[in-house]
Design a protein around this ligand. Structure first.
Ligand code: SAH
Ligand code: MG
Length: 213
């Protein structure tokens, strides 16, 4: 944790032991939950936006979903996770958090999921935080459920700096993923239906506001 991150977390009045436990579990099992500075910024943005319905792609163990509903009194989250073990941990953590009524978790691959598995509502916010090489496909599939004026947030737009590294220096096994992520980034920044910013916080958070007309 960077100095300012520890400073910020030290300012929190109530220390939620379940969140601390989840952070430790994630570190131990190398589960990439959102880092502390990204999370703090993301929650701040959501508090300004005040979404009621949030759709998340990539629940992992339910950490960001719990952070979102615990910070936004009126919000409910529908979240999708394809990894069986992570899904099972998320179900358990969500139940223990006491926020089970406001979080619906769906097990499955978001790209294969049939639309009628989703509650048929307009979502005010879509949070994409799953396979980084597939962001364009998640965006194309799920943006149609986002209300006009709604916001699409995407995490890990910097991929820990890999998007800034020349293509030939990116390890071969990551090359396609990084290329896809960069292509998605320039595509979405130019998308005429959205007003998009790429925020240099956490691991890079993209904020795309869906135009009203
Ligand atoms: N949002 C979480 C972290 C998610 S990590 C948090 O900050 O707390 C990314 C997760 O996306 C992983 O658990 C991975 O299994 C999941 N994932 C990747 N591709 C997916 C897909 N196509 N459908 C559903 N889940 C996916
Ligand atoms: Mg992430």
């Amino acid at each position: 944790m960077k100095d300012f991150e520890s400073y910020i977390s030290g300012l929190r009045e109530e220390d939620n032991p379940l969140l601390r436990e989840m952070e430790e579990f994630a570190a131990e099992h190398r589960i990439p939950i959102m880092d502390s500075s990204g999370m703090e910024t993301f929650i701040g943005l959501l508090r300004i936006q005040r979404p009621k319905r949030i759709l998340e792609i990539g629940s992992a163990i339910g950490y960001s979903a719990i952070r979102m509903v615990s910070s936004l009194k009126e919000a409910s989250v529908v979240t999708i996770e394809r990894d069986k073990e992570r899904y099972a941990s998320a179900v358990d953590y969500i139940e223990r958090s006491g926020f089970g009524e406001r979080i619906t978790i769906i097990e499955g691959d978001a790209l294969l999921l049939s639309d009628d598995m989703l509650p048929p509502v307009w979502y005010d916010a879509l949070f994409i935080d799953a396979a980084k090489g597939q962001y364009k496909r998640f965006f194309e599939k799920y943006s149609e459920f986002v209300a006009k004026g709604g916001i699409i947030y995407c995490d890990n737009m910097f991929m820990h700096g890999a998007v800034m590294v020349p293509d030939e220096e990116v390890p071969k096994r990551n090359r396609t993923m990084i290329r896809n992520l960069k292509e998605f980034t320039s595509w979405v920044m130019k998308h005429p239906d959205y007003e998009t910013s790429l925020l240099p916080v956490g691991d890079g958070i993209l904020v795309a506001v869906k135009k009203r007309d």
